[in-house]
Design a protein around this ligand. Structure first.
Ligand code: MN
Length: 204
């Protein structure tokens, strides 16, 4: 699956297209990281997620949603936003000055400028929907209390698009619920808002 995503994203880059990868499991991002990091030397992989996903392996596998950002960090520098849960072991693997905890970004905005200063010229964005507050995003496998609200994430994504070259993004971990359509619409709107920032209002 990782190879397949890698080949598809690479083919899109070859045609000068902009890749948007949708999950499903966060593991779908790994092939896209590989294609983006091969093409763009000066790349940062920017993660929005409740969890660090920094375990080197899980249940004997290195290809797992617990390990997504461990794989990313082998390919490019990583910045992590919205984190509010990790295993004790992962504390050793994170880079504290490149993690913006949910608690630290709650109800203030100065963190945004610190984040922008940590990004390189090219940025690939990976969004695990559990970065959002479960009050607006309940349709995900591992909801965590707290987290970003709609305008929190929209505001920072807009600022990023005005300062760096976004080279692709993915949105993962949607688990649709027939009884509550709002999260599905949120994701659709997040995708087209990000495309608007990329192609209409952001830097060219
Ligand atoms: Mn994740």
């Amino acid at each position: 699956m990782v190879e397949e995503v890698y080949n598809r994203v690479k083919a899109l880059y070859k045609k000068k297209k902009f890749p948007v990868v949708l999950g499903g499991e966060h593991t779908v991002s790994i092939g896209a990281f590989k294609a983006a990091s091969e093409l763009y030397g000066d790349l940062t992989i920017l993660q929005f997620d409740a969890h660090t996903d920094m375990r080197n392996e899980y249940n004997g596998s290195k290809i797992d949603h617990h390990c997504v950002m461990a794989r990313a960090s082998e390919m490019a520098p990583v910045v992590q936003v919205g984190i509010r849960s990790m295993s004790a072991g992962e504390r050793e693997d994170i880079q504290p000055d490149r993690v913006f905890y949910a608690m630290q970004i709650y109800d203030q905005s100065t963190w945004m400028y610190e984040l922008l200063n940590k990004l390189s010229r090219n940025v690939y964005i990976t969004i695990d929907l559990d970065v959002l507050n479960p009050s607006i995003m309940a349709s995900t496998g591992t909801p965590e209390p707290g987290g970003m609200n709609w305008f929190d994430i929209i505001n920072i994504l807009k600022k990023i698009s005005e300062q760096v070259n976004i080279v692709g993004f993915d949105i993962t971990e949607l688990v649709p619920n027939k009884e509550n359509k709002a999260p599905d619409y949120l994701v659709a709107k997040l995708i087209y808002t990000m495309l608007t920032y990329k192609f209409i209002t952001g830097i060219k």
